[in-house]
Unconditional design. Sequence first.
Length: 391
Amino acid sequence: MENLAAGPSATDAGPAAVSPAELARVLARPTALHTVFQPIVDLHRGVIAGYESLARFTDPTGAPSPHTPDLWFAAADRHGVGAELEAIVVERCLALRHDLPPNCFLTVNVSPHLLTHPALSGPLLAAGDLAPLVIELTEHQDVADLRPLVDLKDALLDRGALVALDDAGSGYSGLQQLTQFRPQMIKLDRALVAGADTDEVKLALAELLGEFGGRIDAWLLAEGVETWAEMDAFLRLGVPLGQGYLLGRPAPPWSKLDPAVADRLRVRSSKARLVENVVSLLEEVVVEGEGPLPDDRIGVRVDQHRHPVALLLPARRADDQPGHRVAPVSLRVPASAGVAEVARRVVARPESCRFDPVVCVDHVGAVAGIVRVERILSRLAEAKGDRATAS
């Protein structure tokens, strides 16, 4: 361990670096590190299931630190005091776990390569019953020897803790860690969640991780959900837990779920379970003139009654002109229409528009959203597979 009272080293050059002196100040006065808590929501019941603890740092005046938390922890690790800094947060969570609302868990981020350090493992092993604490393994570097970590994980499980694997689908949180740790919770990386409603590859990977989680009895959690379109995509996949600014921001303990958000979540979750109807595949669409239309999003032009009159489709090929092309609405259906029925109507369209999105309308003909043809085909394939398995 270095002398933190010394001046900054060559590796700390740059205005964003956390200096050894700043680290020494926080370790000597832990009140400079605050903890806030972001709600984790049961997406089907519309209630808070748990909270994630997050660190926030202040400068000597008490104002928010100009350095982000990840820079603080990276600098601490580099200077050999990463375990001591993470231990401050762990001990705060150990003290707070008994004050949690009923039926809620509390997650705390720990770097796997530091977890076996006595500064971290000691307080955990000495705390008695650890429930309802969830040790969230957040890794940004490889772990050479997983055996000691797996042994410690088993000891923590015996004491009532659960284990979550953060950032699944990116970096080092890959298949090896999933198979070695056998976590009780798998958190989808924000990069996999962002824009998943318009990216079938991201949804396919999320679905694979969900299937794997089901095999090892692990919950899947979509982290960093910021739009209702993203939320709908994961509701369609049956993801049970969600977290993000859409549901609640980090705050002092213990924030409540906005009743309007809870009601909207329950309604959308119910619709997503109507698997035989296209409402379960519905995707929000940007109405022209009511908000910005990014180049990669589908828009719709409406009349004064919000009846759809044209689609605004993104460029399909790299050599297309940027922006959107205007296409007629070749197929509109009520949201209650059956998936198989809509599929039959899709294939009857002219070849030039056969794969254009289907526009869904409500009971008065106003636009309710769109359904992509590829999702209709995927749903039919899933239904066929389910029937084959049953027989």
